[in-house]
Design a protein around this ligand. Structure first.
Ligand code: UT7
Length: 319
């Protein structure tokens, strides 16, 4: 029994903010600095009334349509987010209700920017165990809600969006190899160190990041985990048709590609248009590449993510 992606979908809120729009709003930055250090030119920001589950719904409906299945067929919903609608219930349950279905297992995964890779890996294990046959795996974020617009070191980096895939049991592979890791001792370099207690926010409800430390860690672990899944599958990097990395910073992406010996024309990048959408960035990049006709059936894809926790992971698959 294998697990194979049978449909992809994504959604970006209509409001796009360019780097110059941020400058116009009073952020102490410049288009030149942001483009040079990150590759980001623009990002999408959810409207006030849009929650993570709304973005997830729009992406999921497209993935379900692409898979050609009725929503009732889904028996597992795993949603990765760090910006859930509520403390509880899970955004996965709220998504299920908005899809108008019931009965399937539904839960959230919290692994920040590695969330989609974590969720996909967990879903694959459910399917391979034989307990479930049709999973909806989603990354959805409204990161703009946890940004401090006075902190130019973080607010220029992130955006909102959602991406989804349908992962089904199949006699054909599918996911070939995967690896997940975390090192909680580094939680302090990227965190939102706040919670709700007694009706009040305690601590900080905004993203706090040591950018250079995250950068260094990301470059190191992404190269390691990519090699780990290649070894697991008994494959060489040259077999990869498309590297679809977490879209945080073009310089991290270029470094990962270089370490794998892959030219940039084998790398899907959306960071220029989407910014860093955390758990949504990989499925957003995947879906945009599928819909533009770049990624095709039977091709070998390497998805890899890294983020707060610290967490990181990779999935190697035949599309
Ligand atoms: O999803 C995973 C999460 N995050 C990441 O992957 C982010 C990883 N880190 C990075 O992408 C980079 O570290 C950043 C893009 C965040 C920062 O780039 P950097 O080249 O590491 O810059 P830096 O933090 O070392 O700052 C260099 C300078 C500083 O000024 P001084 O002290 O040299 O005068 C900053 O104050 O750039 C300044 N700076 C800015 N200037 C204009 C920081 N942010 C900005 C800004 N606009 N937005």
């Amino acid at each position: 029994m294998h697990a194979r992606i049978t449909g992809t979908g994504s959604y970006l809120p209509p409001t796009a903010l360019s780097n110059n729009d941020l400058v116009a709003r009073g952020v102490d930055t410049s288009d030149e600095w942001i483009v040079e250090r990150t590759g980001i030119r623009s990002r999408h920001i959810a409207d006030d009334g849009q929650q993570a589950s709304d973005l997830a719904l729009a992406a999921s409906l497209k993935a379900i349509e692409a898979a050609g299945i009725p929503a009732e067929k889904i028996d597992l919903i795993i949603l990765a987010t760090s910006t859930p609608d509520y403390v509880f219930p899970s955004t996965a349950c709220l998504l299920q209700a908005k899809l108008g279905v019931s009965g399937a297992a539904a839960f959230d995964v919290q692994a920040v920017c590695s969330g989609f890779v974590y969720a996909l890996t967990v879903a694959e294990k459910f399917i391979r165990s034989g307990s479930h046959r049709c999973a909806l795996v989603v990354g959805a974020e409204v990161f703009s809600r946890i940004l401090d617009w006075n902190d130019r070191g973080t607010c220029v980096l992130f955006g909102d969006g959602a991406g989804a895939v349908v992962l089904e049991a199949s006699s054909e592979p599918g996911i070939l190899a995967s690896a997940l890791h975390a090192d909680g001792s580094h939680h302090g370099i990227l965190e939102v160190p706040g919670n709700i207690c007694g009706g009040k926010v305690v601590g900080q409800p905004f993203v706090k990041m040591d950018g250079p430390a995250v950068f260094k860690f990301a470059v190191k672990v992404l190269a390691e985990v990519a090699q780990e899944v290649l070894d697991q599958a008994g494959m060489e990097a040259a077999a990869i048709n498309w590297l679809i990395p977490h879209q945080a910073n073009i310089r991290i992406i270029q470094s990962t590609a270089k370490k794998l010996g892959l030219p940039m024309d084998k790398v899907i990048t959306t960071v220029d248009r989407h910014g860093n959408t955390s758990a949504a960035s990989i499925p957003l990049a995947l879906d945009s590449a599928v819909r533009s006709g770049r990624v095709r059936r039977e091709e070998i894809l390497m998805l890899e993510g890294v983020g707060g926790g610290f967490t990181w992971g990779a999935v190697l698959l035949k599309f």
